[in-house]
Design a protein around this ligand. Structure first.
Ligand code: 5GP
Length: 204
């Protein structure tokens, strides 16, 4: 019998900070975390696979999911919807497994309202200048879009206060190690461990 729910980890942070890269590097290593695949209305990029990278949906389909309450959170980001499926997250947590979300900041704030017990990790760039370089050097955006992304990024950094942990993304490997340490530390929290022991003794 599962007597304890899994932990919900949320990795978020400003646009262009490298959330996706850190998340992918983390999941390339062995981990007990379950990644929640998001829904989106944006077009698949080259090499992206439906049901692996995202569940790709039309706007109509996405709006239906919203109205049916099938998303824990959703946000509109650079003209597209992104959202976290409710059933997968709730079911996996109920099975006692940890779930990992990698989402932008508005969505993370909404998750906090519904899952205050979640562990919120804010990924920040070593400096805003570097963030600018990364967004510009990605080279896939127009100048206007770059400006919009930068403006959004500055606002997002102000949101750090809503998080439990801050990880500086100076190097991917460092950031991944820190995220893994956070996961390990959360499992060592006294409340969590004591609960398991007390429960085991009660069963005797
Ligand atoms: P991209 O289009 O580059 O894959 O993702 C754009 C942004 O959407 C990233 O910051 C990513 O973290 C975020 N994102 C991905 N999935 C979700 C989601 O389910 N909900 C929210 N709110 N943001 C998401």
């Amino acid at each position: 019998m599962i007597d304890q729910k899994g932990i919900l980890f949320i990795l978020s942070g400003p646009s262009g900070v490298g959330k996706g890269t850190v998340r992918k590097a983390l999941f390339e290593q062995s981990t007990d975390l379950r990644y929640s695949i998001s829904m989106t209305t944006r077009d698949p990029r080259e090499g992206e696979v439906d049901g692996v990278d995202y569940f790709f949906k039309s706007r109509d389909e996405f709006e239906k999911l919203i109205s049916q309450g099938q998303l824990i959170e959703h946000a509109e980001y650079v003209g597209n919807y992104y959202g976290t499926p409710r059933q997968y997250v709730e079911q996996t947590l109920n099975e006692g497994k940890d779930v990992f979300l990698e989402i932008e900041v508005q969505g993370a704030l909404k998750v906090r309202e519904n899952f205050p017990e979640g562990v919120f990790v804010f990924l920040i760039p070593p400096s805003l200048e570097e963030l600018k370089d990364r967004i510009v050097n990605r080279g896939t955006e127009t100048e206007d879009k770059v400006k919009n992304r930068l403006k959004a990024a500055k606002e997002e950094i102000d949101m750090m206060d809503a998080y439990d942990y801050v990880v500086v993304n100076d190097q991917i490997d460092n950031a991944v190690t820190k995220v893994k340490s956070i996961v390990a530390s959360e499992h060592c929290k006294r409340e969590r461990v004591a609960h398991q022991y007390k429960k085991a003794l009660e069963d005797e």
